[in-house]
Structures are given as C-alpha cells and as structure tokens.
Design a binder for this molecule. Structure first.
Ligand SMILES: Nc1ncnc2c1ncn2[C@@H]1O[C@H](COP(=O)(O)OP(=O)(O)OP(=O)(O)O)[C@@H](O)[C@H]1O
Ligand SMILES: [Mg+2]
Length: 505
C-alpha cells in the first residue's frame, strides 16, 4: 500500500522534493540550489541539465530521509517556476541553450515589434496577458533567432519547447526513450500562445512568433496521469499525475477553491491569485488573466493574478550584492533596530515593474535618502517594499472584482518574517493568515497528483487538511498608513522612463 505522495517543486532558486502523507503533512524533503547565471545586465539563465540533476538528487534525498522507496509512493506531482523557457533536441535530449528565466528582459525588442501599432494589449483578449518580456513565447523566438542552427532544427521537427515542468516530466518518463512531451493548462497559460477559452495553442500567434507547432507540448489538465517513471529511474512505474505552475499550485495548496478566495506567495517574487471560478475575468487594472487549475475532465477554473517580479530576491540582493548580512532572515533583525524607514523608499524595479504597472522601462531606485538613513532603515525599506507592492496588487484586485477581500492567505519563504507580516496587515487593512504547512506550492502539486489517482477524493480533502497557524491584524493608524503609501507611489514614479536607447548596452 502506497502511503505517500511525492511533490517535485522545480523553483527559480532551487529544486525541492517533498514526501507528503495523507494528512498533507511533510514527512521528508530534499532541496538543492542551482546557479543563477547573469551573462549581461537584464539577462537571467539557468542550466537545464543542472536542474534535472538536482531534481533527481532531491528526490533521492527525500525518499532516503523518509526511509521509503518508490513502492510507497502513490503518485508524483510536479510544480515549477513558470514562463522559464527550455528548448532541447528531442533526439539527443540536449538543450540547445540555457533556460531563459522569467525575470530575463532580453526580449524587449521582440515584444515591442510583436505589438507594433496594436501595442502591448495585442493578444490580451485571447491569452489574458499583455506583451511583456515575462512570458515564454518571445523567449523561444529569441532562441530560434539567435542560436546557430536552432531555426533549421526546429523546422526539421527536432527541437521541442517546455517550461521546466515539461523538461522534468520528459526526462522522468524516459527522455529520448519515449519521454512524454506534455504540459498542463496553467503552464500553457503563461506562454502567450494558448487560447484561454479553448485551452489549445493558437496557430496564428505561434506563427507571429515564428514558433513551429511541432515544438509545443500537448496541453493536458492539471490532475491526470501523464505517464510513469522510467524503468531504471528512482520512481519506476510510479504515475506522474499532477502538474501546476508554482503560483497556481500554491493557490490549490491553500484550498482557495471558492470564487473570491485569494492567496499571496512571498518567494523570489510575490504572486497574488484570486479565484474567479469558471469565469474568465479580463482585468482593467493591470492584472493577468490566467488558468487557476483544471482537475481532469472538469471545467477549467480561472484566476486574476498580480505578479511582482522582485520581493525575496531583493533580500537576496542586499545579502549577496551588498553583503549587508549573511542569511536572509537576518534582515528582520536589522529592520527592527529602527522605528521606521527613516524616509527611505526602495523600489526594486530590477526587471522593470510587473503588476499592476507593466513598465519595462523602469529600473530600481532607492529614494528619500538623507544623512540620517542607515543600513537598518534600508533593510526596513526593503521589507516595506514587499508590502507596498502587494497592496498595489490587492487594490487592483478589489477594483477588478468589485468586491473587497476580507482576509488574505499567505505562504512562501518570507512569511516567517513577523515584521513584514505585521506591516503587510497594516498596509492592506485586512487580516493576513499563515497556514501550518507553508510549503503550499509543493503541497498543491501533491494534491493534484493524489486526487488523480484516488489517494485523495477531491478538493474537500484539501479543505479539511488546511489549518491556520498564525494571523496578523491591522493595527496602524489610518493617517500613517496612507502617508506611507502615498510616499511609496511617489517613489515608484521616480523609477519610470529610466531605460532608453542609451542606458543598457
Ligand atoms: N525570514 C525572511 N525574511 C525575509 N526574506 C526571507 C526570509 N526567509 C527567506 N526569505 C526570502 O524568501 C525567498 C525564499 O522563499 P521561497 O523558498 O518561498 O522562494 P521560492 O520563490 O519558492 O524559491 P523558488 O523561486 O526557487 O521557488 C528568498 O528570496 C529569501 O531571500
Ligand atoms: Mg517557489
């Protein structure tokens, strides 16, 4: 009898494997970081082969630490950094180029050209997304345009594309020996190539980007058996039965199944998703329309999403680029040494600004500086920036849905930071709630897989297993709350229009 479900979380910073029991609790885990490759300003790459090696090693660690083998695993779920594009040769199994990561801005010219006179909203009513460097399609075009021999190999049918879910699944199910080339609806909805109504690839948009349809994975639901682990691998014969993009997986793991429920994940970036049910809501306030999940044959559920590119990675930047501390959690210790931000505001527009602004011409700025400001204030300004950005997104969600959110479920690495969570509640003016299992991304993928094989019966099991750990309520004086936010908006205005012909080479 298989008592466990294994989730693989192929993230931006690391790859994790987590063994969950039937109550949705963590039994064991393995985690390995991979290299962040920055060849030029604005470029961010990962090595897909390193990622695949790390996934295998993480799975080995998780199984060993739980003292179980593949026979104890009922199903495997995969969740992943979305949009990050891998192009590889289906005959050799070799990537033709590094993975181009979601934060990478090199496709700016491509997206400007694609928009032409129609502008950034050209495909929005079909795919739910504005033209931006964030999404996969233009990254694939960049690889075909710039890697020697890639276009010819693609036209010959030798190259395939996938987000990292597809890359991991293909390798797990056999690679060159019959690997399954599949993705799920949530990942497909981040490529700019999928029609949100029909849940199928748009030939016309793919043609605009010069991407042969033969490169694209088959689109399937988020919860069904796609294939089994290859013979001789760590998980031979085990069904791989769930795929959800990381933010959709967190929404699933947070049991946000009702229309109007939302979660915010605080990781490398921040991502707030609001479940809009079977209705596809078009945002008028800078949010994305995306697929939330689709269980087997049931209709797809949609979400409004506010994506923020830089939050946890700003803390990493203070740690790695400025050497301000050696562990990310230390930022709280610095920030609490001061009462307030000392007048400093830090807008981390390192990849331009995502939701709700979508300004690729913005770059980071630290403003309001005087001789009074010290590094503790800067640590605090960095944490406050995370909360201000989330407030901008929540305001947009309330405006789009016409209903004000009454509380927000949170998860991700940064929600251990008490100072941030209190400031977040103060800024949002609603309760912020952290669940007992904060690894909701992996948990959501586990649930999707477990539901597909009958290990769990359905959403009600997820709801029953969800439990509150801690709640923060707003306590800040209203005038102070608004003063800070007004200044934040002023700071944002200082970052715009920075990139022009001359700035980046
Ligand atoms: N106590 C803390 N205070 C502030 N930031 C923190 C704290 N702990 C972790 N972080 C930040 O949170 C991020 C890690 O969170 P998490 O593990 O959820 O990231 P992630 O986005 O899931 O990673 P991946 O992108 O690989 O999926 C890092 O960017 C780190 O700087
Ligand atoms: Mg993550």
């Amino acid at each position: 009898m298989a008592d466990y479900v294994l989730a693989i979380d192929q993230g931006t910073t690391s790859s994790r494997a987590i063994v969950f029991n039937h109550s949705g609790q963590i039994v064991s885990s393995g985690q390995l970081e991979h290299d962040q490759i920055f060849p030029r300003a604005g470029w961010v790459e990962h090595n897909p082969e390193q990622i695949w090696n790390n996934v295998r090693e993480a799975v080995g660690l998780a199984l060993t630490r739980a003292n179980v083998t593949y026979t104890d695993i009922a199903a495997v779920g995969i969740t992943n950094q979305r949009e990050t594009a891998v192009v590889w040769n289906r005959r050799t199994g070799k990537p033709v180029y590094n993975a181009i990561v979601w934060q990478d801005t090199r496709t700016q010219k491509i997206v400007d050209d694609l928009g032409g006179d129609a502008g950034p909203e050209k495909y929005k009513s079909i795919v739910g997304l504005p033209l931006a460097t964030y999404f996969s399609g233009p990254k694939v075009k960049w690889i075909l345009d710039n890697v020697e021999g890639a276009r010819e190999a693609a036209d010959a049918g030798d190259l395939v594309f996938g987000n990292t879910d597809t890359w991991v699944l293909w390798n797990m199910t056999g690679g060159v020996d019959g690997g399954v080339h599949v993705t799920d609806v949530t990942n497909a909805s981040r490529t700019m190539l999928m029609d949100l109504d029909t849940l199928s690839w748009r030939e016309d948009i793919a043609a605009d980007m010069g991407i042969p349809l033969s490169m694209l994975p088959e689109i399937r639901s988020s919860s069904e058996v796609y294939g089994v682990g290859r013979p001789g691998g760590l998980l031979p014969g085990v069904p791989i039965a769930g795929i959800l993009g990381d933010q959709q997986a967190a929404t699933f793991g947070q049991a946000c199944f009702e229309v109007g429920q939302a979660k915010n994940t605080y990781g490398t970036g921040n991502f707030m998703l609001l479940n809009t049910g079977t209705e596809k809501v078009q945002s008028r306030n800078g949010l994305l329309t995306t697929v939330c999940y689709k269980i087997g044959d049931q209709p797809a559920r949609y979400a409004l999403e506010g994506s923020i590119a830089v939050t946890g990675s700003l803390i990493q930047w203070l740690r790695d680029n400025l050497g301000m501390f050696s562990d990310a959690p230390d930022v709280e210790w610095l920030a609490q040494k001061v009462e307030d931000n000392g007048g400093a505001y830090f807008v981390p527009a390192f990849s331009g600004l995502f939701a709700p602004h979508w300004r690729s011409d913005a770059r980071g700025a630290l403003v309001g500086l005087t001789r009074y400001v010290n590094k503790n204030h800067i640590a605090r300004a960095a944490l406050e920036a995370v909360a201000f950005q989330s407030r901008e997104v929540l305001d947009a969600m309330n405006a789009d849905s016409g209903v004000d959110l009454t509380e927000l479920r949170v998860d991700g690495g940064m929600v251990q930071n008490e100072l941030l969570m209190q400031f977040q509640a103060d800024q949002l003016g609603v309760d912020v709630v952290r669940p007992k299992v904060a690894e909701t991304t992996a948990l959501g993928a586990a649930y999707a897989a477990g539901i597909a094989v009958g290990f769990w019966q359905g959403e009600q099991d997820v709801i029953d297993n969800w439990a509150e750990d801690k709640r923060w309520s707003p306590s800040m004086d209203e005038s102070e709350r608004e003063r800070l936010y007004r200044n934040w908006k002023k700071a944002v205005s200082k970052t715009l229009d920075w990139v022009d012909e001359d700035v980046e080479k």
